[in-house]
Design a binder for this molecule. Structure first.
Ligand SMILES: [Zn+2]
Length: 264
């Protein structure tokens, strides 16, 4: 889900109708949901982890989580809609979007004053690409987790949200850090390297339209695939920096991919 794309397209649109074919995705009865969202205008669209936040004026938020896999697709007036969808929103100009959940997802409406009480999003960590995220913030987060290994920290959605297994491999590689390094052993310079690497890797994915197995707002598949990775999922291949063979190592319940020479 690329929030900036949704923001650019929907900013200023006013909701005319909502439809839910799977009421369990909602956090209130369908009729109440439809009544509450009608007439509201879309303002900022942002994201944190798997959640997209659409601010609706006045004083409401629409929160969307596509779950394991889902499609959030824009349509223009009179365009043929996808056959499968569980949720649809229509704006006053006839355009709108549909949501298809392959498994299960959420479409919640929350009053602005209750946003901090929304159980599923209240404890999400900072979005490292948001304008209020900075190096000092990352330093504070790292200082509070000194005994934690760096990979585990980066994947913990309560500290920083939005870094998954696909991204963490190259963030560590770019920072020249072994996945098992304990945070307490990191000098200042390496903390700065992590900060830069997080932004570089996540931004690169956005530049390529997101992950290859996800669709964007216009139904285009992302182009951020294995060919763009540096060491992630490349065991047996050569390190792009030093040529050493990339290794796959066990890290918790998943795997980590590292260059044993570059990452210490
Ligand atoms: Zn290397």
């Amino acid at each position: 889900m690329i929030a900036s794309q949704v923001h650019r397209k929907l900013y200023g649109e006013t909701v005319a109708e909502a439809e839910s074919r799977q009421p369990k995705n909602l956090n209130m009865p369908v009729a109440q949901f439809v009544e509450t969202i009608k007439g509201k205008t879309v303002r900022e669209v942002t994201s944190k982890g798997k959640w997209m936040f659409l601010k609706l004026e006045p004083s409401l938020f629409l929160l969307i989580n596509l779950g394991m896999y889902g499609e959030l697709l824009y349509y223009v007036n009179r365009q043929k809609l996808p056959e499968r969808y569980q949720f649809k929103l229509k704006f006053s100009d006839g355009s709108g979007f549909t949501i298809f959940f392959s498994w299960f997802g959420y479409v919640h409406l929350v009053a602005e004053k209750d946003l901090k009480k929304h159980r599923l999003t209240a404890n999400l960590g900072a979005n490292p690409l948001s304008s209020d995220f900075c190096f000092e913030r990352l330093e504070d987060l790292l200082s509070s987790k000194k005994k934690t290994r760096i990979r585990k920290f980066l994947l913990d959605q309560k500290s920083i949200s939005g870094i998954g297994n696909v991204y963490v491999q190259d963030i560590l590689f770019q920072s020249r850090l072994h996945s098992n390094r304990e945070i307490s052993t990191l000098p200042q310079k390496e903390k700065q390297d992590i900060n830069n690497a997080i932004r570089d890797v996540l931004n690169l994915s956005i530049q390529h339209g997101g992950l290859a197995y996800e669709k964007d707002f216009y139904g285009q598949k992302g182009k951020f695939d294995r060919t763009k990775f540096l060491v992630g999922y490349k065991e047996g291949r050569s390190c792009p920096v030093c040529g050493t063979i990339i290794k796959k190592i066990k890290a918790g319940s998943t795997s980590s991919y590292i260059c044993p020479s570059c990452q210490r």
